[in-house]
Design a protein around this ligand. Structure first.
Ligand code: 6R9
Length: 601
């Protein structure tokens, strides 16, 4: 992986415009520089009961200890989804206290336990964003098993990959999503927990006789409110998130229980969460942001969290802020740009003054989007940089600290991120190189599930975790994002591996070869563009483009479907058969191709 200039970070302009903070702020982190100097993770460990008891389980720290204390009747989860369904004709508008979540997650844990599902088992959670999704994840933690959260948008091929790799023995899902689960290809899958109005049998659902069906609502009714968490050690597994790299299928990133130390402290200092906050993280738990900062961070701190169900709807987002008087909001540049695209009239109809802090993650926050959010809310979003693999924030802008618009920020206390050359030598200011993090830190991934060789690749420069991003540090110590050093695509905040899309494309009968790149896009950061050579007998046409894109949407996921397709004679490859995406990017931008001497004849 060689650092190269960021061709694809086209609209993140460097700026020397500052966001200045008043001298006195009520931020949890008052003096970043002092904290950075004196920081020790050992001190943060004292925030957790396991520090004294030596008995570790994140569900105890997130739920049980609050339910046993002054936060017992505090709302942990506000859920709102006004969409009408046959099951909920009026939509849903619900609240759950810490005590409610203790009871419900105990019930779910008991349902699992009764069926001999146990510690360390992987349990796929394939649900829309509903309270049941959160309750399932908490129940899974309670028995010491490992949740594998899956986006509701995933189609069969994506599900098959993740379930066969994790060897999950259980899946929690709804009747609507059932047809996307290829049970016959998943011999490890023994239990189906059905969330919804169902009464079918294996035969009526076409399931192999080896799969046992459990009806969520029925089983929950008779289960007990009491179940002591299974006690674990700090190094035991927490969660697996599947994410894409530049080559190969998606990888299962396993985190350890100890990551909670990082979730807690970053939620306190970067998100600046406080006891009285109403916090809204807009991310789905299928993405690491939706667990680390949609579940683990806020709830280990005992904070009230908002979850909005249903599809993205511009006005509903503002309504949610107003309805719950959200005070801290964690979202993503693509979402900010989508809101921006709908203009100022809609936010002007809503009261947004409850907000006191906004953070952003997932892609570079372009200055225009930052300024726009500042105009409608009075607050500039603060960047946070991190990855599925880092498990927690690494580089942030802080509420009490001035920052430069466009910069990612400074390393979180207790971590060190910098820019190095390919040998691991730190580079002087304003020099482009590899963005790395000094090992270890609390959220650092424990394993790539079943693939130790892949895990090792990240640490091939001794002492550093190699992020795959290129960046530079300026003279003031701010880190600036430049681009990816590999071919990973971030589209609308979602991480997509070109290989996965190419593999889906070549399954289409018309496609001979396919090469996929990210093409810069104002709204989505990047869109997926595919170069395709056709099999003989097929003629290029717009209808065929649509059909091919739809094919990927139906097999993998909507966000992985190419928004743009260009037909070509031949997909350029090296002599060893690797797709030359550098050439595809040049073709796309109409610029000279450069040295192609390694290309096949
Ligand atoms: C949490 C998350 C990680 C990749 C990362 C980088 C990009 C994330 C960013 C950012 C610029 C930021 N990224 N935050 N780029 N500025 N503040 O996003 O995890 O989905 O694994 O993606 O996202 O390229 O390497 P994940």
């Amino acid at each position: 992986m060689k650092a190269k200039p960021a061709k694809n970070a086209s609209f993140v302009q460097e700026s020397s415009e500052w966001v200045r903070k008043p001298k006195k702020m009520d931020a949890n982190l008052q003096d970043y520089f002092k904290a950075y100097k004196n920081f020790s993770w050992k001190n943060v460990e004292k925030e957790f009961d396991w520090h004294k008891t030596k008995k570790v389980n994140i569900v105890h720290e997130m739920i049980d200890r609050h339910a046993a204390g002054v936060r017992k009747n505090k709302v942990a989860l506000y859920f709102w989804d006004p969409t009408s369904t046959s099951f909920h004709p009026q939509g849903r508008d619900e609240k759950y206290t810490f005590l409610d979540l203790k009871n419900l997650s105990s019930r779910f844990g008991n349902v699992l336990k009764k069926n001999q599902i146990k510690k360390k088992d992987r349990i796929a959670v394939f649900l829309p964003r509903t309270p049941e999704l959160y309750i399932s994840i908490l129940g899974i933690h309670r028995i010491g098993a490992i949740p594998v959260p899956l986006f509701e948008a995933f189609m069969e091929a994506a599900i098959e990959d993740r379930l066969s790799n994790s060897e999950a023995n259980t899946i929690v899902t709804t009747p609507e999503l059932l047809s996307r689960i290829p049970f016959s290809k998943l011999p490890h899958l023994k239990h189906l927990v059905f969330v919804g109005q169902t009464s079918g049998t294996n035969t009526s659902y076409g399931l192999p006789p080896t799969v046992r069906i459990h009806h969520y609502y029925e089983e929950m009714k008779s289960a007990s409110n009491y179940l002591e968490p299974a006690w674990l050690g700090v190094d035991d597994g927490l969660v697996i998130h599947y994410t894409s790299g530049s080559t190969g299928r998606s990888k299962g990133v396993l985190h350890r229980q100890y990551a909670m130390v990082g979730h807690f402290q970053t939620s306190k200092w970067a998100l600046d969460l406080k006891e009285e906050d109403v916090y809204w993280c807009t991310a789905d738990p299928g993405w690491v942001t939706g667990t680390s900062y949609g579940i683990y961070g806020p709830w280990t701190m005992g904070i009230s969290s908002v979850v909005l169900g249903g599809r993205f709807a511009v006005e509903r987002w503002y309504e949610a802020i107003e309805k719950y008087q959200v005070s801290v909001w964690y979202s993503a540049p693509t979402a900010f740009r989508m809101l921006m695209a709908h203009g100022k009239e809609i936010p002007a109809r809503h009261h947004l003054k409850s907000l006191r802090h906004i953070c952003s993650v997932g892609e570079p926050l372009n200055p225009e989007a930052l300024r726009w959010i500042r105009e409608i809310t009075g607050l500039a979003p603060h960047e946070t940089w991190w990855m599925t693999e880092t498990g927690m924030h690494i580089i942030c802008n802080y509420r009490s600290l001035d920052f430069k618009i466009g910069a990612m920020g400074r390393p979180f206390p207790g971590t060190y991120a910098t820019v190095v050359d390919d040998k691991g030598k730190e580079l002087p200011p304003n020099t482009l190189g590899n963005l790395v993090v000094k090992t270890p830190w609390p959220g650092m991934m424990k394993e790539i599930w079943g693939n130790p060789a892949k895990y090792k690749e990240y640490f091939r420069i001794k002492g550093w975790y190699l992020s795959g991003d290129t960046a530079y540090r300026d003279k003031e110590g701010f880190l600036w994002f430049a681009g990816r050093a590999d071919d990973v695509i971030k589209t609308a905040g979602e991480r997509v591996g070109p290989f996965e899309v190419e593999s889906a494309l070549v399954q289409h009968p018309a496609v001979a070869e396919a090469g996929v790149i990210g093409k810069p896009d104002e709204l989505r950061g990047h869109i997926i563009k595919a170069f395709i050579s056709l099999r003989s007998g097929f003629t290029p046409s717009d209808i065929l483009k649509k059909e091919i894109s739809e094919f990927v949407r139906k097999n993998m996921a909507a966000h992985a479907a190419p928004r743009e397709i260009e037909f070509c004679e031949k997909v350029p490859k090296t002599r060893s058969g690797k797709i030359m995406r550098r050439v595809l990017r040049a073709w796309d931008q109409g610029i000279p191709v450069g040295d192609i001497s390694t290309m096949e004849e």
